[in-house]
Structure formats: structure tokens, C-alpha cells
Ligand binder design. Structure first.
Ligand SMILES: NC(=O)c1ccc[n+]([C@@H]2O[C@H](COP(=O)([O-])OP(=O)(O)OC[C@H]3O[C@@H](n4cnc5c(N)ncnc54)[C@H](OP(=O)(O)O)[C@@H]3O)[C@@H](O)[C@H]2O)c1
Length: 274
């Protein structure tokens, strides 16, 4: 399969030219035992052929950007994908064809995309998480514990803010926190989710889990889960100030995937918290 150095694990990066792609290049190059195999860029991109180290603002790495996604999978043990939903679908097919493990950080997947990820987990090993940071993984389990303890008399609202370039809303992390809050109450998020309020909405129905989305500037990612009772409220906040936390989590997940049996795993598995 791969043409990377013997004894190391070859990690490919899909979307190497993106905000996360460049952070991932830095994280892979900084991790002993991992070799950066290939970084993919969109067909026709003027980044094709560029040295990946230079692309990420580092020394030359002797690994290069390639616009052929098949090269990414034929030369890697594991591929990390932070791109967009349609590219992730393509990468999912290639990963299955080549028997390559996949770390999926892309958010905004449709129900159909997610069903394809679930199905692929029967034939290859996948780690998928809307947020690869340790803090958010812990926040999810705290939120579940809080809503299980406090019950439906307490109103749950989730507020998130991201940079102006983000294209999906609410964020994948906000939805994951919503699923954790719903799980604490033993309900499905889809049955209680309220993502938009505008005009004469009437009073808040009990049991609802509400979302509010803010976009602006260069905010890396902020999430607050508010659990509001009568006379008191809890606010649990995570603030990401550096995209490196997501990249380091994704690279840790890639290393963890080596020789893992097929399955769809989350960061709680990677961190041994499952
Ligand atoms: N799970 C987590 O912890 C986490 C953390 C941060 C972000 N994310 C998610 O990760 C995704 C990417 O975020 P970002 O901020 O890095 O976005 P971004 O800066 O837009 O990067 C996406 C990159 O993917 C490239 N791309 C698109 N289609 C491609 C294809 N077919 N082949 C190769 N490259 C392709 C884009 O190239 P072009 O510019 O040429 O289109 C772009 O360079 C989003 O879904 C975001 O929500 C997840």
C-alpha cells in the first residue's frame, strides 16, 4: 500500500489547504511515529504539488498536495477528513474501496450522509466527532449528567458562536451537546429541538431544547449550555481559542485507529472514557 517510511503509520489529510487542513499538517508532522503521506486539494486547485510543510508555514516536509483523491487513499493507512459533506461522501466510498481507516471531523452532514457513515462503519474503522477537543468531549458527558439529574422542569438552551466563514448552523458541536442533553432525559433530540424563533412564538413549550446561533469575526468556537430553572440557572461553557485542539484530537484519533476492527467510534472511545 503506502510508500511512507517503514515502521511508521501513514496519515493522509483531505482538504489540506483549509483552515483545519493546515493545522492537521502541523499536528501530524509534530507527532512521532506518524508520517504525512499525502494531502488532498480540490481538483484544479493551484495548491496541487505544493510541499505540505511549506503550505502549513513550516519547513519543507517532502510530502505533497495532490488533487487526485484516490492517491490519498492508496498511500495512507488512515485519512483525516475536515472538508465538506459532499467531499466526505466521496472520501467515505474511497476509504471503503481501499480498506483505509477514516477520521471524520466534517460537520453539517445530512441524515443521508450520516446513514452512509453508519453503514461504512460495518466494513472499515471510523472515528467521527463534531468536536475533537477533550474539553467538549467532557462537556457532553457533564451535560447529560446535569439534564438527567435536573429533569424537564429545567429549560435547556444552547448558544454557540463561530467565525464568519462557517457554513452550517447550528454547529455540529451544538447539536452533539443537544443530543447529550436529550439523552439525559431519555428523549430524541429531533422530537424536542427548536432551532429558530422569530415573531410571535408564544410561551416556551416544556421539554424543548433550544439553539441560538451567532456568527462573526474569527471566533474559533464557543458553546454555552444553559439549564434554566425557576430562581437559578446553570451555564456550562467551552471556549476554543486555538484550532490546534481539534487537530491534536483528530491526530490522536488517527493513531488510535491503527489496526482497530471495523466500527463507528467516537472520541470517548479514543480517550478511553466510553
Ligand atoms: N470536528 C471538529 O473538531 C471540527 C473542528 C473545526 C472544524 N470542523 C469542521 O471541519 C470542516 C472544515 O472546516 P474548515 O474551517 O477547515 O473549513 P475550510 O477552511 O473551508 O477547509 C475545507 C477545505 O477542504 C477543501 N476541499 C473541499 N472539497 C475538497 C475536495 N473534494 N478535495 C480536497 N479538498 C477539498 C477546501 O478547498 P477549497 O477551498 O478549494 O474549496 C478547503 O481547503 C467543517 O465542516 C467544520 O465545521 C470540525
Amino acid at each position: 500500500m503506502a510508500d511512507f517510511r517503514e515502521g511508521t503509520m501513514g496519515v493522509g489529510i483531505a482538504g489540506a489547504g483549509g483552515r483545519m487542513g493546515r493545522m492537521l499538517i502541523q499536528a501530524v508532522l509534530g507527532t512521532p511515529g506518524l508520517t504525512l503521506s499525502v494531502g488532498s486539494v480540490r481538483p484544479g486547485s493551484n495548491l496541487a504539488g505544493r510541499d505540505l510543510g511549506l503550505l502549513a508555514g513550516l519547513e519543507p516536509s517532502s510530502s505533497f498536495a495532490d488533487s487526485d483523491p484516490a492517491a490519498l487513499f492508496s498511500r495512507s493507512d488512515v485519512v483525516i477528513d475536515f472538508t465538506n459533506p459532499s467531499s466526505t461522501r466521496t472520501h467515505l466510498d474511497l476509504a471503503q474501496r481501499h480498506g483505509v481507516g477514516l477520521v471524520i471531523g466534517t460537520t453539517g452532514l445530512s441524515d443521508g450522509d450520516q446513514a452512509a457513515v453508519n453503514a461504512a462503519g460495518r466494513s472499515i474503522a471510523i472515528v467521527q466527532a463534531a468536536n475533537m477537543s477533550l474539553g467538549v468531549v467532557l462537556l457532553q458527558s457533564l451535560v447529560q449528567q446535569v439534564t438527567a439529574t435536573l429533569g424537564p422542569d429545567w429549560d435547556v438552551e444552547i448558544v454557540e458562536m463561530h467565525h464568519r466563514h462557517k457554513v452550517d448552523a447550528p454547529s455540529g458541536t451544538a447539536l452533539a451537546l443537544g443530543r447529550a442533553a436529550a439523552a439525559g432525559r431519555d428523549v430524541a433530540l429531533a422530537d424536542v429541538r427548536q432551532s429558530v424563533r422569530d415573531g410571535h412564538t408564544g410561551p416556551r413549550p416544556p421539554g424543548q431544547i433550544g439553539f441560538a446561533t451567532l456568527r462573526g469575526g474569527d471566533v474559533v468556537g464557543e458553546h454555552t449550555v444553559i439549564v434554566a430553572g425557576v430562581g437559578e440557572r446553570l451555564e456550562l461553557t467551552h471556549r476554543a481559542t486555538d484550532r490546534g485542539i481539534f487537530a491534536r484530537g483528530a491526530v490522536r484519533a488517527a493513531a488510535w485507529l491503527k489496526d482497530r476492527p471495523p466500527g463507528l467510534y467516537g472520541m470517548t472511545d479514543v480517550l478511553g472514557l466510553a
